[in-house]
Write a protein that binds this ligand. Structure first.
Ligand code: NAP
Length: 253
């Protein structure tokens, strides 16, 4: 039956950026669909843990900074020693810095690229190696952005990183398909999270953004979770190297 293909019962998912925002809502949704979750963030993930345990699933909080050396190995090691395996990886951790292109420092550029792109590369590589060595199939879901396609303003390193995430998604998909590993991206439009609080607090920017969104409103992180469950599940088995845009219509303007 079709709804059975969306079930994640018996699966284990690693979700980075699970302490708040989009990563948190995706982690909870995967748990609602039946998966146990290893959540990754620098801070405590008490809220995420409570929500996941409330739906009867297990949650392991892995407190690491993904820019630290060997962070990816540590995440995989903790997940497999706690749950015995891993089936799904969602790379949702991300940061943004806003300033003029001409004012960004080398350190700022490196920092955004480290979290948004290099950590995605390293997490995915460690996870894919584990799957291949253990002859397991798996799903990798990356979080891109409208800035995977557009230039944007005041966020050069972020734009570079998110263009990179889409390229990485496609490159990995090509090489990992033969192992039964699907790699896809979700492309969120403008969502109400801490990352976008400054934009929403600026009345002029906020209005300009709303004017361009056909639906005329910001997205809520919960509204991305259907796409995540689909990409994590058997329902998307013939989909790889691709993406789902969830943007209230922004890209159609
Ligand atoms: P958010 O609310 O700021 O959450 C970011 C998450 O990333 C937090 O859980 C944070 O946890 C984690 N994180 C950041 N740096 C980390 C590091 N060095 N190591 C480990 N974890 C780290 O942002 P969001 O809006 O939910 O964004 C989630 C993803 O969606 C990002 O990739 C973002 O680029 C993407 N996205 C967001 C929007 C939007 O409109 N909000 C649009 C397009 C794409 P800690 O601070 O606890 O470490």
């Amino acid at each position: 039956m079709i709804l059975d293909k969306f079930s994640l019962a018996g699966k284990v998912a690693i979700v980075t950026g699970a302490s708040r925002g989009i990563g948190q809502k995706i982690a909870i949704a995967l748990a609602e669909a039946g998966a146990d979750i290893a959540g990754v963030a620098r801070s405590q993930q008490e809220e995420t843990k409570q929500a996941i345990e409330a739906v009867g699933r297990k949650f392991l909080a892995i407190q690491v900074d993904l820019t630290e050396k060997k962070a990816a190995e540590e995440v995989l090691k903790q997940t497999v020693s706690y749950f015995g395996k891993a089936d799904i990886l969602v790379n949702a951790a991300g940061i943004i810095l806003r300033k003029n292109f001409i004012d960004f420092t080398e350190e700022e550029f490196d920092m955004v690229l480290k979290v948004n792109l290099k950590a995605v590369f390293l997490m995915s590589q460690v996870f894919a190696r584990y799957l291949i060595e253990n002859q397991r199939k798996g799903k990798i879901i990356n979080i891109g952005s409208l800035l995977s396609f557009q230039g944007g303003i005041l966020i050069t390193p972020y734009t570079v990183s998110k263009h990179g995430v889409l390229g990485l998604t496609r490159a990995m998909a090509n090489e990992l398909a033969k192992y039964g590993i699907n790699v896809n991206a979700i492309i969120p439009g403008y969502f109400e999270t801490e990352m976008t609080a400054a934009l929403r607090a600026d009345p002029e920017r906020n209005q300009k953004i709303l004017d361009r969104i056909p639906m005329g409103r910001w997205g809520k992180p919960e509204e991305l979770t259907g796409a995540a469950v689909f990409l994590a599940s058997e329902a998307s088995d013939y989909m790889t190297g691709s993406y789902i845009i969830v943007d209230g219509g922004w890209m159609s303007r």
